[in-house]
Design a binder for this molecule. Structure first.
Ligand SMILES: Nc1ncnc2c1ncn2[C@@H]1O[C@H](COP(=O)(O)OP(=O)(O)O)[C@@H](O)[C@H]1O
Ligand SMILES: [Mg+2]
Length: 396
């Protein structure tokens, strides 16, 4: 145990190139963790790290900060692939022999694409795409975003234009949601209630409320009153149409789900030292373990360093003066307060990370790496800042 945790301690992977070997050997990397921990940043930094190693990288992302996409020269992130201009890397002094392409995940257009592929006829396709219920399901139904992220991943995975595909998973309240998203979404649509509908329209092709289970019929009559009878007809025809897709769709969802378990897929779990996020990441690791899936790496983002004792104001003032720095009255006080705060945060982070360390021994024994990324005193929104994180994650 001791040996394993020693080998994979934060400083060791650096010598081994950190996540470099992962970037070299896998086709797909899923970056997971709860919202706000730095998933999008980590995905972009890993993408840059791989491109610096000569890989042709595709980053599928959800919610890039505006400033990050702007600084990558992608004024408006689109659901089409956009390649980051190589001249931009040159200007920033970052050598990138590979390429970095970014694509925004767009739930609705991915869903449309799926309907295009699965609909048996052009007529059916247009009926589904034009249905009001479809519009709701393809944009707002819980689980759709997660499922479509997986769907998009599946669609681009075979594209020979890329060596490596990185997926920034959707910021779900629960980081695990995307794992069973395909099954859950199909489950929701192919549910008991939906089967009632199908039964009720079978034969006549028209909705017969009498054939519906009592409760469902009452609810529907209520909806009908509120929305007008047209809505019920829309539901009825949508259910018949989508039913025609079920066969293909189910098969597709199974394919997508099993692709998540393939040997060419890596999982990078991102957390911060925050206890809630550590708890979430450990829970997620456990779920992956249960499903016999790997946990290739844990990235602990925004870690404050642990300092020794902070010198007192007089000492700070003297060393500033000795260096010819005169920042005016109160500067030494302010510096002391800032240093105390940094030091306090460093100690807190170290304390919080004990919880991760304890469980990490088992993870390390199974080959997971842990990499700590410092909390920088600036936002990460340009290539040079991303490059700094890339250096930590996968030093060359
Ligand atoms: N190591 C870091 N140091 C400083 N700021 C960071 C670091 N990692 C991320 N950030 C900043 O934190 C914010 C949230 O990061 P982001 O990657 O968008 O999180 P998520 O995708 O998990 O919601 C961004 O403004 C980003 O620039
Ligand atoms: Mg994000």
């Amino acid at each position: 145990m001791l040996e394993a945790s020693h080998v994979t301690h934060a400083t060791s992977p650096h010598k081994l190139g950190g996540l470099g070997p992962l970037l070299e050997s896998r086709r797909v990397i899923l970056v997971v963790g709860c919202g706000g921990v730095g998933k999008t940043t980590t995905t972009a930094a890993l993408g840059l790290a791989a491109a610096r190693r000569g890989k042709r990288v595709l980053c599928l992302t959800i919610d890039p900060a505006r400033r990050l996409s702007q600084s990558l020269g992608l004024e408006a992130m689109k659901s089409e692939a956009q390649r980051v201009d190589p001249a931009l890397f040159e200007r920033m002094g970052v050598r990138v022999p590979g390429s970095l392409t970014v694509m925004m995940l767009d739930t609705k257009s991915t869903f449309d694409q799926l309907v295009h592929e699965l609909a048996p006829t052009r007529e059916k396709r247009d009926q589904i795409l034009g249905n009001v219920l479809y519009k709701y399901i393809s944009t707002s139904l819980a689980g759709t975003q997660e499922y479509m992220a997986m769907e998009k991943l599946h669609a681009v995975k075979a594209d020979p234009a890329y060596d490596l595909i990185l997926l920034d998973t959707p910021p779900t309240a629960n980081a695990l949601d995307f794992l069973d998203a395909p099954e859950r979404l199909i489950g929701a649509i192919d549910s008991q209630a939906m089967r009632w509908f199908v039964q009720a329209i079978q034969g006549s092709g028209k909705l017969s409320l009498n054939l519906l289970a009592k409760g469902a019929a009452a609810v529907l009559r209520g909806i009908g009153k509120l929305t007008g009878a047209g809505f019920l007809e829309q539901i009825a025809s949508f259910v018949t149409e989508i039913n025609a897709l079920f066969g293909g769709w189910r098969k597709r969802a199974d394919e997508v789900a099993s692709a998540l378990r393939g040997p060419d897929v890596a999982y990078v779990l991102v957390t911060t030292p925050d206890p809630l996020s550590v708890r979430e990441v450990l829970f997620f690791a456990e779920r992956l373990r249960e499903q016999k899936m790997r946990r290739d790496a844990f990235v602990v983002n925004r870690v404050h360093p642990v300092y020794g004792d902070v010198p007192d104001e007089t000492h700070i003032f003297r060393s500033m003066s000795a260096r010819g720095l005169d920042l005016g009255a109160g500067a030494a006080d302010r510096l002391k307060r800032a240093a105390d705060e940094e030091s306090r945060q460093g100690k807190m982070d170290a304390l919080h990370l004990l919880a991760l360390e304890a469980s990490f021994e088992d993870e390390a024994a199974e080959g997971s790496l842990r990499i700590d990324v410092p909390a920088y005193p600036f936002d990460i929104h340009d290539v040079s800042a991303l490059s700094k994180i890339a250096d930590v994650l996968a030093p060359v």
